[in-house]
Ligand binder design. Structure first.
Ligand code: FAD
Length: 421
């Protein structure tokens, strides 16, 4: 039986684990986390609407019925394509075929200090950390007697006007508008500044103008200052320098402005293209190698004449690539080239406020929000998770109240350096 090693158990990797023929392939899934998670709802973890356990699901539970799949915890340290082996933080694994499905990571566009000074929502751990920092600012703000310092403490800047930026800015706006007076009576809405900056002239750049305008209007109603055509140059000692020369103080900066392919050490440099994405042909085979290495999802760049920048780094292309690659591998013949079928995109801005662009029409408001909730609920793994998410959403909808605003400070324990990061 051939052994396929898959690096990354996100949308694409998990789909491959389930679709590859068990009578033909033994599958070894390597992931640094022992669970699959659902990134579209990370912003709800950061804003205390949900907890990590609601949107994550352990691989070992998921693979109970897939006996040909084994899970190996580890962070990939090296890929040796000549020896056909992958080295992780713990072991070296031989493969017959290797599939890279490790997704993407934050892109700071060369401003490396941002990695240390800003918060993000790119992983579930980052989102939980960001939640703690937001709650920390609210608690410290509530204690601060000096009004000017309190207002400084409660300055939040979200960088990036894509779906993730719009969603987290909207969630912060709801905290300011509705939750503050219920739970932080010491604070006034005016004490809090939430700013969203976007480098281009519109929010939600990949969506239609009517959705972009709706998002802008809704964020303004949620007391979020939106600044378009505004580019951040650097951030140090809590001061942001913008490209137009302005310098402003922001206590907390949440970065959602860009992604790049997750680095895969050892992979020959000529296999990697724009945005650190691995170059693949239309069958997802990594270009320039012997045909035993594939890449799917966010990490890959499949350039076609009509798509010179590749497919969008979203869940649907990742899932569709995984389906197509599984079909070709199960057949043992590369006959079906990948073609992305755009099913549309959605973003939510706040309670009962979302936008949806389907291939032929767009809609927004309450109905879009209900559709958004339904689709996301269906996509979360595990019945228990679906039910707890639904319960949390219903409770929040009715009462704007959650018991999840918990500030979990890291306790003192030996640093787990052997975790590899
Ligand atoms: C905050 C946020 C909101 C989003 N909202 C939407 C949305 O609304 N709609 C939409 O379509 N898309 C959305 N996306 C994008 C979507 O999540 C990605 O396009 C999708 O997850 C890509 O799937 P993937 O399988 O390529 O990678 P992922 O799903 O990112 O999976 C990668 C896996 O690889 C593992 N991994 C990474 N590096 C290593 C390593 N070195 N060693 C071992 N394991 C590794 C990770 O732990 C992870 O499990 C959002 C993304 C984020 C971050």
């Amino acid at each position: 039986m051939e052994r396929i090693v898959i690096i990354g158990g996100g949308f694409a990797g998990l789909r491959l684990c389930k679709k590859l023929d068990p009578s033909r392939y033994e599958i070894c899934l390597v992931d640094r986390n022992n669970f699959n998670c659902f990134p579209p709802l990370f912003y709800q973890i950061a804003s205390s609407g949900l907890t990590s356990a609601n949107i994550c699901f352990p691989f070992r539970r998921e693979f109970k019925r897939h006996r040909n799949v084994s899970y190996h915890m580890g962070h990939v340290k090296n890929i040796d394509v000549a020896a056909r082996e992958v080295t992780t933080s713990y072991e070296t694994i031989k493969y017959d075929k290797l599939i890279l499905a490790a997704g993407s990571t934050n892109n700071y566009f060369g401003m490396d200090s941002l990695a240390e000074e800003t918060f993000g929502i790119k992983t579930v751990a980052e989102a939980a950390h960001t939640r703690d920092e937001i709650l920390d600012r609210f608690e410290r703000g509530a204690l601060c007697q000096d009004k000017a310092r309190r207002r400084e403490l409660l300055t939040f800047l979200v960088v990036g006007g894509g779906p993730a930026g719009v969603e987290i800015a909207g969630a912060l706006g709801e905290m300011k508008k509705y939750i503050l007076k219920k739970e932080y009576p010491e604070l006034e809405p005016d004490d809090i500044t939430i700013t969203l900056v976007e480098g281009t002239g519109s929010l939600l750049g990949a969506m239609r103008p009517q959705s972009q305008e709706y998002a802008l209007k809704t964020l303004k109603k949620l007391m979020v200052n939106v600044r378009l055509n505004t580019v951040l140059k650097d951030y140090s000692d809590k001061y942001v320098n913008f490209a137009d020369g302005q310098k402003e103080y922001y206590e907390t900066l949440i970065w959602t402005a860009g992604v790049r392919g997750e680095p895969m050490p050892g992979l020959p440099q000529e296999c990697v293209g724009h945005g650190n994405r691995v170059l693949v042909d239309e069958y997802n085979r990594v270009k320039g190698l012997d045909g035993s290495v594939f890449a799917v999802g966010d990490i890959c760049l499949m350039q076609r004449p009509d798509h010179p920048k590749g497919d969008p780094q979203m869940a649907q292309p990742a899932l569709q690539m995984a389906n197509n690659l599984a079909k070709n591998l199960n057949r043992g013949e590369f006959r079906t080239p990948f073609r992305y079928r755009d099913k549309g995109s959605m973003a939510t801005i706040g309670k009962a406020k979302a936008v949806a662009d389907l291939p032929h029409f767009s809609f927004n408001g309450l109905f879009a929000w209900l559709v958004w909730m339904f689709i996301h609920l269906m996509s979360i793994l595990g019945m228990r998770n679906k039910l707890s998410v639904l319960t949390n959403w219903t409770w929040n909808y009715l009462f704007y109240s959650t018991s999840l605003r918990l500030l979990l400070r890291p306790t003192r324990y030996p640093l787990r350096k052997h975790w590899g990061e």
